[in-house]
Write a protein that binds this ligand. Structure first.
Ligand code: PRP
Length: 184
């Protein structure tokens, strides 16, 4: 899928495919440097992190394994309430492993701050976060991020794993939607 397939649903391209690729190169180089001589367990948070996980992991020279979690916020009716339910847990124990959580976006930070506490209680050797996007103006909880692609404005964004009503995840760039999409 590309911008032409979006018709007039696309308002603007915020981060191009080239910018994403360049940033992925940088992030992978940083991770390789920091985990030299170690093996890292990449934990992707479904569904949005699929693209970052695939593209980041393929750039790594560091040996890695991969696992996935699916979580859902609930409790207040809003998207991120900070009350999180595990829909799919990790397949294996993380005790003693170097865990790197891989996310597409940190919005309020509530999901990740819960996830960090949850995974930390499983006693990994180390626990860090990599995210492609972060919205500093939307933060409700502080999350320590070791590898961050881009800080973006507090706009609703789609593409590169991020959806609106389940769609647009397969856009190769990050864009914003035209207002008529939300109204329809
Ligand atoms: C997105 C994203 C993060 C979370 C961030 O997932 O992938 O997991 O929201 O939001 P927060 O910082 O405000 O807690 P979402 O719940 O949309 O699910 P998805 O990945 O399946 O799209």
């Amino acid at each position: 899928m590309d911008a032409a397939d979006m018709g007039n649903d696309l308002a603007e391209v915020l981060i191009s495919e080239q910018q994403l690729n360049d940033k992925l190169d940088e992030m992978a180089a940083d991770i390789d440097r920091d985990y030299r001589g170690k093996e890292v367990l990449l934990v992707g948070v479904l569904n949005g992190a699929v693209m970052v996980m695939a593209d980041l992991s393929r750039r790594l020279h560091t040996h890695c394994t991969m696992d996935w979690m699916a979580v859902s916020s609930y409790g207040s009716g809003t998207k991120s309430s900070g009350v999180v339910r595990i829909l799919k847990d990790l397949s294996a124990d993380v005790m003693g492993k170097h865990v790197l959580i891989v996310e597409d976006i940190i919005d309020s930070g509530l999901t990740l701050s819960w996830l960090i506490k949850n995974l930390a209680s499983r006693e990994p050797a180390s626990l860090r976060v990599a995210t492609m996007l972060r919205k500093p103006d939307a933060a409700k909880a502080h999350v320590e991020v070791a590898y961050c692609g881009f800080d973006i404005p507090n706009k609703f964004v789609v593409g590169y794993g991020l959806d609106y009503a389940g769609k647009y995840r397969n856009l190769p760039f990050i864009g914003t939607l035209a207002p008529h999409v939300y109204r329809s």
